[in-house]
Design a binder for this molecule. Structure first.
Ligand SMILES: [Zn+2]
Length: 103
């Protein structure tokens, strides 16, 4: 899994195509990610007096398939492919294949 929490990702298909958001959660077993503010789905919610919730329509983020997002590089701000390499002291680093910066 090359995507991490708090990574910026761009959606590359669907109604939110080309939008960028922050990864909130990674659902490894499903190969999906939850991205802040994107792929929102309206849900009808019943009022729940026990939880002090009002009924109505809520829109929540819905998980997006990992194949439909690309990580956006912090350095060049472009959607990119991530590579891995090791530093001199043996630390594994991710790097951007576009601008060659570690991130
Ligand atoms: Zn880059």
């Amino acid at each position: 899994m090359k995507i991490r929490n708090n990574d910026k990702v761009m959606i590359i298909s669907g109604k939110d195509k080309t939008k960028v958001g922050k990864v909130l959660k990674i659902l490894k077993s499903k190969n999906k990610v939850l991205v802040e503010g994107l792929n929102k789905v309206k849900k009808h919610v019943k009022p729940n007096p026990y939880k002090n919730e009002q009924g109505g329509i809520k829109d929540n983020e819905s998980p997006i398939d990992i194949s439909n997002v690309k990580v956006v590089c912090d350095a060049c701000t472009l959607p990119t492919k991530i590579g891995y390499r090791y530093t001199e002291d043996g630390k594994k680093m991710r790097y951007c294949k576009k601008c060659d910066e570690n991130f």
